[in-house]
Write a new protein. Structure first.
Length: 277
């Protein structure tokens, strides 16, 4: 399906973006990888350099994007996605969700390309419904420390649908749930990385409150397959891509301890600290 198609992937040197590059290159697409490396790592795509159907462009997509020649697909995945990152650079996070999305949509309009915009389960905020369906509007805090990420994605969704309704742009929106796998940074603040790092270093696992908070997790290979299904599918509105089966944080911590053979202990912190992160 993707053979000989030309695909622009923003955020291509990041965790998820680099796996998308792998998949599209393997399927015979010509991949233009774009990243400003503010949080991405060029080592994630180093193995693709030199291939005839892969090229890398160092560029900040909050600035105007110029691509020569035709484009069939744009996958907009540029954004800090780790709490460690977007709490440090909240303004850049908001700008890539707003200006970056606007530039990608404008490019898609100029090229007549289909665009897949990466959103997040974080648009649901601190949900009161489990699991969340696409019809759930969420329970959000627009001005909290994490609001820079959540609201950048909510705005990106709104802008994408505006382009779809006003200009007839061929759009897809995917709400990505917790994804794990190779090339995650060990210190990026996400719970799977934190638990694994703590287990391997012999530190106690930090569990907030009673550990009853639930999350769903999906391996990056399955996530990428889901993303391809969305971009090739008919749905313009948001589509959740994740695992319908949720686990508690306490269960996750215990699984990591068992898999790593760690004898680490569980350490609890007040739930209020979690809400402030």
């Amino acid at each position: 399906m993707m053979k000989n198609k030309t695909v622009l992937i923003t955020g291509a040197a990041g965790f998820l973006g680099s796996h998308l590059c792998d998949r599209f290159v393997s399927e015979g697409a010509h991949v233009i990888a774009m990243d400003n490396l503010i949080t991405g790592d060029e080592k994630n795509i180093e193995h693709l350099k030199g291939l005839p159907n892969f090229s890398f462009v160092l560029h900040d997509i909050t600035k105007h994007i110029t691509i020569d020649g035709p484009l069939d697909y744009i996958l907009h995945f540029a954004s800090p996605a780790s709490p460690i990152d977007y709490l440090k650079i909240p303004i850049q996070t908001l700008k890539v969700g707003a200006l970056g999305t606007h530039n990608c949509l404008g490019l898609a309009k100029d090229k007549g390309a289909r665009i897949l915009v990466a959103s997040t389960s974080e648009v649901y905020g601190d949900p009161l419904v489990h699991p969340q369906t696409e019809e759930y509007w969420g329970n959000v805090n627009t001005i909290g420390p994490r609001g820079c990420y959540d609201e950048s994605k909510r705005f990106a969704e709104a802008l994408t649908m505006a382009y779809h309704r006003v200009h007839g742009l061929d759009v897809r929106i995917v709400r990505i749930f917790n994804t794990y796998g190779e090339r995650m940074r060990p210190y990026d603040g996400r719970v799977v990385c934190s638990f694994i790092h703590q287990a391997l270093s012999g530190q106690p696992h930090t569990v907030f409150g009673d550990g009853g908070q639930t999350r769903s997790f999906v391996h990056v290979d399955d996530e990428v397959s889901g993303l391809l299904a969305v971009i090739e599918g008919p749905e313009s509105g948001p589509v959740n891509v994740g695992n319908p089966d949720e686990v508690t944080m306490l269960e996750l911590a215990q699984r990591v301890l068992a898999v790593t053979g760690s004898i680490g202990l569980l350490r609890t912190r007040p739930a209020q600290v979690l809400r402030e992160l």
